[in-house]
Design a protein around this ligand. Structure first.
Ligand SMILES: [Zn+2]
Length: 289
């Protein structure tokens, strides 16, 4: 059984009430860490990474509004690529969720929201929906995102790309795009003749030439160290003053449960098992995003 087959199986058993459902990450060392792209909806904070039964150190978490990929070379796409190349991510999962407010956003509502923020129409891109990548169907958004990632020249054929839909009421995961199948078939769309054209609504990739991507030395390591892993933060530019004493970061808290205990490394010869939590039902007072 492959990693996400085991994750989905354990998730469905946990949702059905099996308190022993979980995962032995040590059995899937070749598939870890996992890179996940999710929405910014705060209701998701309580779900990850425990809804995947993965330990935090094996979970590289990227987020944007609506878990949208707008092109094979977009900013989020670049982070996914560096999460693989720099942080060693082995599998990618785009994880959408039910009741996503981005899916319910129309161009006219967006205009009203921006107007309320003091931003006039003429300052915004002409095609708002295309620019922000807003979508009407969560499943279609997942399929489109997976197609972009799978077809991106920045992601090699060795990385499976999955699309999952999380039921925000029950915590149940639905496998919308099975990355192992598309990976096995390896039916990547052909690269356009003459390479990828200028991409991005604002023409931001005008100077991007495939094969000549150069990174400034020194900065990449600094920023990559912060890719979704909650690792040591960059040092502050100035020593903290008495008004801003450094505070310890509290452990994550799941609603209705006591704080999770820290995960201890497995002793040699002993498999660590990460249990799945029971279904989580965030209260209606959670802000939606
Ligand atoms: Zn959302």
């Amino acid at each position: 059984m492959k990693l996400f087959e085991a994750i989905i199986d354990a998730n469905h058993r946990a949702v059905a009430g099996d308190a022993s459902a979980g995962l032995h990450p040590s059995e899937y060392a070749d598939s870890l860490p996992v890179i996940a792209l999710t929405c910014i909806d705060p209701r998701l904070n309580a779900f990850f990474p425990n809804v995947l039964a993965l330990p935090a150190e094996q979970f590289i978490w990227l987020r944007n509004a609506g878990n949208i990929i707008t092109s094979p070379l977009s900013s989020t796409m670049r982070s996914l690529a560096l999460a693989c190349a720099v942080k060693g991510g082995r599998e990618i999962a785009i994880i959408g969720h039910t009741d996503c407010q981005v899916a319910k956003m129309t161009a006219s509502v967006l205009l009203d929201r921006f107007k309320d923020l003091g931003i006039d129409r003429h300052k915004l891109p002409s095609n708002l929906s295309e620019f922000f990548g807003v979508f009407g169907s969560e499943r279609q958004n997942l399929i489109k995102a997976c197609d972009f990632v799978r077809g991106s020249p920045l992601i090699g054929p060795k990385i499976p790309v999955h699309g999952l839909l999380l039921d925000i009421e029950t915590g149940k995961l639905e496998w919308v795009v099975n990355g192992y199948e598309t990976w096995a078939n390896s039916a990547l769309p052909p690269e356009p003749a003459g390479g990828f054209p200028e991409l991005g609504v604002l023409g931001g990739f005008k100077d991007f030439v495939m094969g000549e991507m150069k990174f400034p030395h020194g900065k990449i390591g600094d920023s990559a160290a912060n890719i979704g892993e909650g690792a040591a933060p960059l040092p502050p530019p100035n020593p903290p003053t008495a008004l801003t004493p450094p505070r310890p970061v509290p452990p994550p808290v799941v609603p209705g449960q006591s704080p999770l205990p820290p995960i201890q490394p497995a002793a040699p010869g002993r498999r660590l098992k990460v249990p799945l939590p029971p279904p989580i039902r965030p209260g209606s007072n959670f802000r939606r995003g």
